[in-house]
Write a protein that binds this ligand. Structure first.
Ligand SMILES: C[S@@+](CC[C@H](N)C(=O)[O-])C[C@H]1O[C@@H](n2cnc3c(N)ncnc32)[C@H](O)[C@@H]1O
Length: 339
């Protein structure tokens, strides 16, 4: 009887934990939206000063700060708040390890997730990824957000690729350009061609203009679905975190165009999250697949078998894969094929 009760309590707790997780998420995201951690670091230590400084409601700010203290991001003494260790490092905008852009971008996708009920009925999101990208503020936030999370896997990937003899690389859907930057840092003689939509590249140029090897980057505004990538120009083509935004048909197109753009012996590297064959693990991939449903409609998380099949179908050989950033909570995978 006791065991059954305990199991019931455990089961109920598990349900509550999942269903109420949104409250914690929203409290953190709204605190980040108003940069409360940064203002606290600048000395606004009470709900009164923050409410006055940011023209917010004093009582509501107090409740939000208490919730963030309960989550362990703030420490409260009397009526004063200070950033906890994690917040100082990751949530204060002047910290070199700031992760706020990425977390803020998660809030921008909240609206898309709110539509999940309807999307499960229709199979289609309300607005497409392209429409999201064409919102100016969203582009800048989205691109910066990708940059925050990309640095660690980019360094790991560049380190594993053996870039010593690589002269020219193509980065398809480069976003913030962090993967190209990591490759150039490994081999400053290589020339990195960054391909993305003109709107995105405007942000990319701004992010890379002060890079110590800024003269090694070339920018190619293009639509990767409709424009050519060139012929026999590159030693390595990278398609990172792009295939999950597209369906099988478009991904086959990208692989085919990359094949044409490579010199003989050149390598295609697809870097992305993968799903295990049953599609229910890792949990991150199963959740990402739903995220892509509400956010892109046609995007998905694919299996290693699917990737290897696409590469083989478009003429690549010696196909292998490497796990990237294995110490992170969400390791990714590089699938490599040779022309
Ligand atoms: C998820 S991001 C990946 C960025 C980067 N490769 C990375 O791994 O961090 C997808 C990128 O594809 C770009 N993109 C989306 N549709 C595109 C298209 N039709 N043509 C060119 N770029 C596109 C977006 O602007 C964005 O920068």
């Amino acid at each position: 009887m006791t065991t059954m009760r305990t199991n019931l309590a455990d089961d109920h707790n598990k349900l509550l934990e999942v269903v109420l997780a949104y409250r914690s998420s929203k409290c953190l995201m709204v605190a980040l939206h108003y940069d409360l951690f940064t203002w606290i670091a600048r000395g606004c230590a009470t709900a009164e000063t923050l409410a006055r400084r940011l023209q917010l409601d004093r009582r509501a700010v107090g409740l939000l700060l208490d919730a963030n203290a309960a989550l362990g991001f703030l420490v409260k003494r009397g009526n004063r708040y200070a950033n906890a260790r994690l917040a100082k490092r990751l949530l204060v905008s002047s910290s070199p390890e700031y992760r706020g852009s990425n977390l803020k971008y998660q809030e921008a996708t909240w609206d898309a997730w709110s539509a999940l009920k309807g999307v499960v009925k229709s199979g289609r999101p309300r607005i497409s990824l392209l429409e999201w990208i064409h919102k100016d503020a969203f582009t800048a936030d989205y691109i910066k957000a990708m940059g925050d999370v990309a640095r660690l896997p980019a360094r790991d990937l560049a380190g594993r690729l053996g870039l010593g003899r690589v002269g020219r690389t193509l980065d398809v859907g480069c976003g913030p350009g962090v993967y190209s930057a990591a490759m150039v840092e490994r081999n400053p003689r290589l020339e990195a061609v960054l391909l993305d939509l003109p709107r995105t590249l405007k942000v990319t140029r701004g992010l890379l203009k002060r890079h110590r090897h800024a003269d090694r980057f070339r920018y190619r505004p293009a639509n990767f679905l409709t424009d050519s990538f060139g012929e026999g120009e590159f030693d390595l083509a990278l398609i990172s975190n792009v295939t999950h935004c597209e369906d099988r048909k478009n991904n086959l197109k990208l692989v085919e165009k990359a094949h044409r753009a490579l010199r003989p012996g050149g390598r295609l590297v697809i870097h992305d999250y993968v799903s295990d064959p049953g599609l229910t693990s890792p949990r991150f991939s199963a959740m990402l697949a739903v995220h892509l449903l509400v956010f892109t409609g046609r995007g998905n998380v694919y299996t290693l078998k699917e990737y290897a099949g696409w590469l083989r179908e478009k003429g690549f050989r010696d196909i292998s894969h490497e796990r990237i950033a294995v110490d992170s909570l969400y390791p990714s995978t590089a699938i490599i094929g040779h022309k």
